[in-house]
Design a protein around this ligand. Structure first.
Ligand code: HEM
Length: 412
């Protein structure tokens, strides 16, 4: 007998690992579902999610105070006190204030700048493949999917390669603090890394104000954010933090999950090998199926209802992008990968509306260049026998494989 909704606990690690039957039940039986015993309502259908994402007056992004988790322990609080006081910007802001920061970031992430980055991304992809191709095997997350976005954003932010390991450590520390599950020792380590980031970036920001270069930080800190005003140091540090945290894990996860699917579905891989022109569409299909930002929060600002379900003020709404991307009302045969799917780019992996991901063009380009490089240089890509358990990080917001061990041959 099939399972009922009541059999699923959304926070159960097993459900987080394999959520797709649960999502299917939600979409068919309870598209606006109150998680039992909580004030959390989950939206699972594509259309409802898009409508809610546009209604920023009712569904607010001002959720940072709810997600900060417990107060840090005394030792960590002392370390934070010696850093730079954080301020709210962008992701956790609503219109009209959100627009001030968003216009700035849109200028910095212009289509022209991203398009110009293709040859440079191709060089990074080739360097990474060079670093493991002779071994005939690699751990794809560590050797490729993590460094690629870190190198790209690090270069854009003007952080020298010798400091790139720090970028990864900093973005992990931010993610861990946001997760609210850190032990006291980890809290102290997070605090140390976050204050290190603040001091490091403060120097970079001052440097780019004094001598601007052709990089994103220079644009961010020198363009006027409002008439007659550039961003303060605190605002700049908060914006750069969001670029680090939002872009790294997500792109890594999309790259890794996509490669696993291509390995498992040899007909899909074959289509791309025969027609590399399909890679851009395949990237959309991978984003649809992987949806690394599986769900995002909204705070309900007034009593409202969706599909006849009453949602009281102060409830939390979870926009389950990962479920919307498998909505059978929009995508035919949604659980299966089809790299030629005609409407793959209707996916909502980058969100929708006001907070639509400003890094979408950059992430797409990285993925397109990455798969093109991998398929051009490697053949016979397989899962390394006995090394993979193919599990994901336990996280209700982000979804990503922990590891992917592969073997391959070099293309002649
Ligand atoms: C595959 C990779 C990526 C995915 C799946 C992804 C997903 C998302 C999603 C779903 C949102 C909307 C959040 C919401 O609804 O509240 C978002 C926002 C955001 N993303 Fe991305 N993202 C990716 C890559 C990047 C990259 C590469 C960057 C920058 C380097 C970036 C920077 C941001 C920022 C700053 C926001 C906040 C925008 C705002 O509030 O206006 N993301 N992203």
């Amino acid at each position: 007998m099939g399972k009922n909704l009541a059999d699923y606990d959304f926070f159960d690690p097993e459900v987080i690992e394999s959520p797709y039957e649960f999502y299917q039940l939600l979409r068919s039986q309870a598209p606006v579902y109150q998680l039992p015993g909580t004030n959390i309502f989950m939206l699972s259908r594509w259309e409802d999610i898009r409508r809610a994402a546009k209604d920023t007056a009712t569904f607010s992004n001002d959720f940072i105070h709810l997600l900060k988790g417990p107060e840090p322990c005394a030792e960590a609080a002392d370390i934070y006190a010696g850093g730079i006081e954080p301020v709210d910007t962008l992701l956790t802001m609503d219109p009209p204030r959100h627009k001030t920061y968003r216009s700035l970031i849109n200028k910095v992430f212009s289509a022209g700048r991203v398009e110009k980055m293709r040859p440079y991304m191709e060089r990074i992809v080739d360097e990474l493949i060079d670093s493991f191709i002779d071994r005939g095997e690699c751990e794809f997350v560590h050797d490729f999917a993590t460094p690629l976005p870190v190198y790209v954003i690090g270069d854009q932010l003007g952080v020298p390669r010798s400091d790139l390991r720090k970028i990864k450590a900093w973005s992990d520390a931010f993610a861990s603090r946001l997760g609210g599950m850190a032990s006291p020792e980890e809290e102290v380590e997070n605090a140390r890394l976050i204050v290190e980031y603040q001091r490091y970036m403060a120097e970079v920001v001052e440097d780019r104000r004094a001598s601007p270069r052709d990089d994103m930080i220079s644009d961010l800190v020198n363009i006027e954010i409002e008439e007659g005003r550039q961003m303060s140091l605190q605002e700049a540090i908060s914006m750069i933090e969001q670029l680090l945290v939002a872009g790294n894990e997500t792109t890594t996860s999309a790259l890794t999950g996509g490669l696993l699917s291509l390995i498992q579905l040899s007909d899909q891989l074959q289509t791309l090998l025969e027609d590399p022109g399909m890679i851009d569409n395949a990237v959309e299909e991978i984003l649809r199926l992987e949806t690394p930002s599986a769900g995002l929060w909204r705070v309900v600002t007034r009593d409202t209802e969706i599909q006849g379900v009453a949602i009281p003020k102060d409830s939390l709404l979870m926009l389950r992008y990962a479920s919307g991307n498998r909505d059978e009302r929009v995508f035919s045969d949604p659980e299966n990968m089809d790299v030629c799917r005609h409407n793959a780019d209707d996916n909502i992996a980058f969100g929708y509306g006001t907070h639509f991901c400003p890094g979408a063009m950059l992430a797409r380009k990285e993925m397109q260049v990455a798969y093109a490089g991998l398929l051009r240089r490697l053949t016979n890509i397989q899962l390394a026998p006995g090394k993979n358990d193919l599990t994901h990080w336990p996280n209700v917001v982000l979804r990503g494989l922990k590891e992917l061990h592969i073997t391959f041959d070099r293309k002649a």
